[in-house]
Design a binder for this molecule. Structure first.
Ligand SMILES: [Cu+2]
Length: 532
């Protein structure tokens, strides 16, 4: 990028980023001129650092399969979804709630002080309709996202990208393309949950209650009694998947694992899968400049669905997961669990139109966008493809952090049991179901390792708030894995994560399947000395 281009781009971003009215902006400029600020600081820097961004939680109408649906929105500067920050810029955001409901937005994967994490602790309650809350913290660069952590709003698309530029990525001079995935249903999420739990939709369980009531622990769960560990190799799973809803018929496949226990996939039968809010009947066509050099920032914002990213005939390089750089891994198909992100660099080999697809695991259903160079002909892509296998650890085992944790012996090692079942539909961590949980206590300065042991027949994408962890072992095999914020734990499998306890507070630790979380699969990591 030439200097002049970069400057004009910066000014454009500042103009989009400002939340001042023309009047207040002029007043600021006049005041700044009067005090000489502008004569001593570069105008772009001083304006940007003084300017807050405004993010509005609201509602909008979205057309899906020719039918209108009322969904939430998170709209930032420039009337675009979410927030984009320049390298070095602080996360200075006023969140204004115009959603008509209480809400609270979590900055997924970011490391703010715990009181700015957007989790509805008793100390940091949800915002009422009409309320505004200010946030100000130093963000970490990369591909992040934001979503409501209040009730089931995430399912109704209270979600948006949160992109923090970094100098390295800018120097690559690649066209950035955000691809955000969703699962969509015309039913209310309360109805979906009621269908899963066989309860009345009129009284959905709140996902967050006061957690300072510790009177009622000791919620026992049924541990499914499957002896031994399974070989979870990808294609071996075909033929032993249980799927809910409409994909069951598609699962009549031959498989080698007739005697193996069956894995459960896709709790919910969704009406559509969205890529940047659109389906393949009317996909987004992203015009790629002639250079054909792109950075895909892929975000799985689905509440209960996992995908295989399929680049078709293209080869891409995964260079970051969950916002954190990894040594490049080349490939054409990459799994992405709920809440995870993938940064994929692609150099288009020629002009033309290139679909980037996301195939639902255990299903032929898919969604996606089209990358198109100027003048290329866009061909329609069918909404059904080949049945995708379960999302697995094939990528995770190949990942190596570009900036790993410092080598250090753990001060605290905890085995954490993930339990639960489809019938009854309930899920737990260490035998306890949110909110009746005992906090996992850590001390500031400790190196902590969690050995996550999944004793269920579903995979669980486990997310720790406020920390980046490194994946250090899979099924007992040590690896120098990725640093990330969400890791999948396959059925009957174990994953060990390590993190430094360097961000004191109360932090949620949960499965990112919204319905697993809602029915119990959430715990708290709490620092010694944090009152609650
Ligand atoms: Cu789960």
């Amino acid at each position: 990028m030439r200097t002049s281009d970069r400057d004009s781009r910066r000014y454009r971003l500042i103009a989009e980023g400002t939340t001042m009215s023309p009047l207040s902006r002029r007043t600021f400029l006049e005041a700044a001129l009067a005090t000489g600020i502008l004569s001593t600081l570069p105008a772009s820097r001083s304006l940007a650092s003084e300017t807050k961004k405004r993010l509005v939680a609201g509602t909008r109408t979205l057309e899906v399969n020719g039918r209108a649906a009322r969904v939430y929105s998170l709209i930032g500067p420039g009337e675009r979804p979410g927030i984009r920050l320049r390298a070095g810029e602080r996360f200075r955001v006023d969140l204004a709630n115009h959603s008509g409901q209480q809400t609270l937005v979590h900055w997924h994967g970011q490391l703010p002080p715990w009181t700015q994490d957007g989790f509805p602790w008793p100390e940091t309650p949800a915002l009422g309709d009409g309320a505004v809350q200010s946030y100000d913290y130093r963000p970490i660069p990369g591909t992040y996202w934001m979503h409501s952590h209040h009730g089931l709003q995430e399912q109704v698309l209270m979600t948006a990208p949160l992109i923090v530029e970094d100098e390295t990525a800018l120097r690559e001079e690649r066209q950035e393309i955000v691809l955000m995935l969703h699962d969509f249903t015309f039913r209310s999420p309360e109805q979906v949950l009621a269908g899963l739990t066989n309860t009345n939709a009129g009284s959905p369980r709140p996902v967050v209650q006061r957690t300072d009531d510790r009177s009622g622990h000791a919620v026992s769960t049924q541990h499914s009694a499957m002896p031994g560990m399974m070989n979870m190799g990808g294609s071996a799973m075909a033929g032993m998947m249980n799927v809910a809803g409409g994909d069951a018929a598609a699962m009549q496949m031959s498989g080698s694992g007739a005697a193996a226990p069956r894995m459960d996939l896709n709790d919910v039968d969704f009406d559509a899968f969205l890529a940047n809010d659109r389906t393949l009947t009317d996909p987004e066509v992203v015009h790629v400049s002639r250079s054909g050099r792109v950075r895909l920032r892929i975000i799985n914002g689905a509440s209960s669905s996992q995908f295989w990213i399929d680049l078709g005939g293209l080869t891409g390089n995964v260079v970051a997961v969950d916002g954190r750089a990894v040594r490049p891994v080349a490939g054409q198909r990459f799994p992405i669990a709920m809440a995870q992100r993938l940064d994929v660099l692609i150099d288009l080999p020629r002009t033309g139109a290139f679909p980037v697809l996301a195939g639902l695991e255990g299903s032929p259903r898919r969604t996606g966008i089209i990358l198109a160079t100027p003048g290329s002909r866009i061909l329609r892509v069918a909404e059904q493809g080949q049945i995708a296998p379960p999302v697995d650890m094939s990528l995770e085992t190949r990942l190596t952090a570009a900036e790993p944790l410092r080598a250090r012996t753990a001060d605290l090692v905890r085995t954490i049991l993930l339990d639960g079942s489809m019938k009854p539909y309930s899920w737990s961590i260490d035998g306890e179901m949110w909110p009746h949980i005992t906090p996992l206590m850590v001390k500031q300065g400790q190196r902590v390792e969690f050995e996550l042991v999944n004793r269920t027949m579903m995979s669980h994408p486990m997310h720790l708030h406020g920390h980046s962890f490194q994946v250090v072992a899979i099924d007992g095999q040590p690896i120098h894995g990725a640093v990330r914020d969400t890791v999948l734990v396959m059925p009957r499998a174990r994953v060990r994560i390590a993190f430094d306890a360097d961000n004191p507070g109360r932090w949620a630790f949960h499965c990112h399947n919204l319905y697993h979380m809602q029915t119990g699969m959430m715990a708290e990591v709490r620092y010694d000395g944090i009152a609650a």
